[in-house]
Design a protein around this ligand. Structure first.
Ligand code: ADP
Length: 163
């Protein structure tokens, strides 16, 4: 195991699906960097500091993982971080088109960095950060989808937003 992989995303917030991908990756790579995108086009509800903090808490028990934020081009950040692999998760065919395009673009920008995909365990394959947020906003339970710390943070944020 000599390869460092970078797992980029918005992580707004980190879900059990993201964690499942990280756990699988840490068994395959020397080191995994979870890279939280500061300037995501998705307009996150949590600040980048919060999103990093959640990931740090959720992944605290895993040794060969580190969490950081980044802005700018992912391939540049991967290079600075000595990562040779970009890791992405594939849940369903619907993810494929966007991920395929992204991988192609990143390869054009830096042909030395490979994109690899991992799939989560079936029970996580329908989880997305946006669905989790939507369920919480509508008063549903998100216990099965996120870490208890994240659940609390979602509830607090939503209560603050409502008042
Ligand atoms: P981005 O804005 O970069 O898509 P996300 O936080 O939504 O950021 O997702 C980061 C990566 O994790 C993407 O490759 C996405 O497909 C993957 N991912 C998201 N949710 C899951 C899940 N439940 N299981 C596996 N992979 C997932």
């Amino acid at each position: 195991m000599t390869i460092t992989a970078i797992y980029p995303g918005t992580f707004d917030p980190i879900t059990n699906g993201h964690s499942d991908i990280v756990k699988r990756a840490t068994k395959l790579f020397k080191h995994v960097i979870v890279a939280v995108a500061a300037n995501s086009s998705k307009k996150p509800i949590f600040s980048v500091e919060n999103r990093v903090e959640f990931a740090e808490i959720v992944l605290a028990d895993i040794k060969n993982v580190s969490i950081c934020s980044f802005d700018g081009l992912l391939v540049n950040f991967a290079l600075e971080s000595n990562a040779q692999v970009i890791l992405r998760g594939l849940r369903a065919v619907s993810d494929f088109e966007y991920e395929f395009q992204l991988a192609g673009m990143n390869r054009t920008l830096n042909p030395k960095i490979e994109t690899l995909f991992l799939t989560p365990a079936t029970q996580y394959s329908y989880i997305s950060s946006s669905l989790v947020r939507e369920i919480a906003i509508l008063g549903g339970q998100v216990d099965d989808f996120v870490h208890p710390y994240v659940k609390k943070a979602i509830e607090n944020t939503l209560i603050r937003k409502r008042n």
